[in-house]
Ligand binder design. Structure first.
Ligand code: NAD
Length: 463
């Protein structure tokens, strides 16, 4: 079953009402079971408002999983391996309804201003700094990303690093590369039976908890929220409790004012002598000069860092004192694993990102669901089904100013509104309503009336 279709009309042919989309556009798709789970079996295939099909531009070698999901919808997908210089991007973006990017494509206000048909942006990555989110919201363009697809990859890296640190593997390997045979057992340990302290028991922390227990570790965790433990893990009340008890301490908190320098000199003093520290969260969480002191004094027996306060924009020999003033001191330490922010960098994570973002784009294009959007309020209605043949779904993205709902309800209120939901985020509000017993002429009338309201940012009608 393929699913809902709309498209926001082109500005120059808003008066056109769609005929049926092409057969291939509506033909049953055979995409992954993961995708099928997101759409009810009898979801109604909605038609585009305008006669064109959905045009998708994918840049920066977006993972094949994402490409397939979008192509199998019948969308016209153009795929490019690289990003585009701004002038070429502006040319291309004029025409498309959906754009998929990774971190190198900058979707600035200047670029988005030219995107007359764009309804949604998919960032096939974790961050969204490359997009002017507020400008996009002000134009009614939704933005999606994939913040948690790489949780498992980070958790596995931490497990590997604990074993490496406990056995001083980084040092032994460097010595062997330099031709030195240095067989030692002093200060080398199994991780079985040791206590892991997880700071931040979210997506990554919780995955790690399960894996660590399977390795025979005891797990304690500290989180600002009261979170139910997995397995036999135990939440502690205060960070100090965790620092005093854990043999291995690992940070998995977001970058917030409260987490800046969360592990500094005072915290190192509270740790057990000979404990280990891992940070694969954000570079500001650990005070690195304090870590250097703690390692030099022997308080900390080993550490692994994947993230840094300043990180270079590209690959090269940039990890020096110009980047971070303590760079050379850090690099001189023994039993210290340094990695270039690769915690989430795996093929599996890229695939998962491809699936998650493509699914969000399809749900938004076909059903108007903003669940997971980073710049619009999250609004979802259950899918229209095949049992509801004369229904239309009205989506009205509007300025969040007083009196809009009254005006909208004056327009749709004469019809039978089966379900309706609205929410706002800052200056922008998102309304979605399912209306029954409407014919093509009524749909057109509804669309035209909503478009004429001064509060309008974007109107879409799916039917
Ligand atoms: N190294 C990498 O490549 C990589 C990859 C993915 C994520 N990350 C980073 O890992 C971190 C965790 O990611 P996640 O997906 O598990 O996030 P998450 O939002 O799922 O979990 C974060 C947890 O930290 C808790 N928390 C927030 N503030 C806290 C505080 N002051 N003290 C204690 N707990 C606090 C939250 O309640 C939450 O449970 C983030 O900083 C993220 O940017 C790094």
């Amino acid at each position: 079953m393929s699913n809902a279709r709309d498209i926001r009309p082109r500005q120059d042919d808003a008066s056109l009402l769609a005929t049926s989309p092409s057969a291939s556009f509506n033909s049953p798709s055979s995409h992954s079971s993961a995708f099928n789970r997101t759409v009810p079996v009898n979801a109604k295939p909605l038609k585009p408002f305008a006669t064109e099909d959905i045009k998708v531009l994918l840049l920066e070698n977006v993972n094949q999983t994402g490409r397939e999901i979008l192509s199998q919808q019948g969308y016209q997908v153009e795929f490019l391996k690289s990003s585009l210089p701004e002038d070429q991007l502006i040319e291309k973006i004029r025409d498309v309804h959906v754009i998929g990017i990774r971190s190198k494509t900058k979707l600035t206000a200047r670029v988005l201003k030219e995107a007359k048909n764009l309804i949604v942006i998919g960032c096939f990555c974790i961050g969204t700094n490359q997009v002017d989110l507020q400008y996009a919201a002000d134009q009614g363009i939704a933005v999606f990303n994939s913040p948690f697809s790489n949780s498992r990859s980070v958790a596995e890296l931490v497990i590997g690093e604990m074993v490496m640190l406990a056995r001083q593997l980084g040092d032994r390997s460097s010595e062997m590369h330099a031709g030195t045979w240095n067989k030692v057992s002093n200060g080398c340990w199994e991780i079985r039976g040791k206590t892991l302290g997880i700071i931040g028991y979210g997506h990554i922390g919780a995955q790690l908890s399960v894996l660590a227990e399977a390795m025979g570790m005891s797990v304690i965790y500290y989180d600002v929220l009261n979170i139910m433990s997995l397995g036999t893990a135990r939440q502690v009340e205060a960070l100090d409790d965790l620092l005093a008890e854990a043999d291995f301490i690992t940070c998995h908190v977001p970058e917030l004012p409260e987490t800046k320098g969360m592990i500094g000199q005072k915290q190192f003093e509270k740790m057990k002598k000979g404990s280990y520290l891992i940070n694969a969260s954000r570079g500001t969480v650990v005070d690195i000069p304090a870590l250097i002191d703690a390692m030099r004094s022997g308080k900390v027996a080993g550490a692994a860092l994947d993230v840094y306060p300043n990180e270079p924009a590209g690959n090269g020999d940039y990890f020096n004192n110009d980047l971070n003033s303590w760079g050379a001191d850090l690099r001189s330490l023994k039993n210290l694993i340094l990695t270039p922010h690769i915690g989430g960098s795996t093929e599996e994570a890229q695939k998962a990102i491809g699936v998650e973002v493509a699914q969000a784009l399809v749900r938004y294009a076909n059903e108007g669901s903003t669940l997971g959007a980073v710049n619009l309020p999250e609004v979802v209605l259950r899918s229209l089904t095949m049992d509801e043949p004369d229904h239309a779904r009205v989506i009205y993205i509007h300025k969040n100013i007083p009196g809009v709902l009254r005006k909208v309800n004056e327009i749709i209120g004469d019809h039978n509104v089966d379900k309706q939901m609205t929410d706002s985020r800052g200056d922008v509000a998102y309304l979605m309503a399912d209306i029954s017993n409407v014919d093509a002429a009524t749909i057109k009338e509804l669309y035209t009336s909503l478009e004429s309201l001064p509060s309008r940012i974007m109107t879409r009608v799916l039917y």
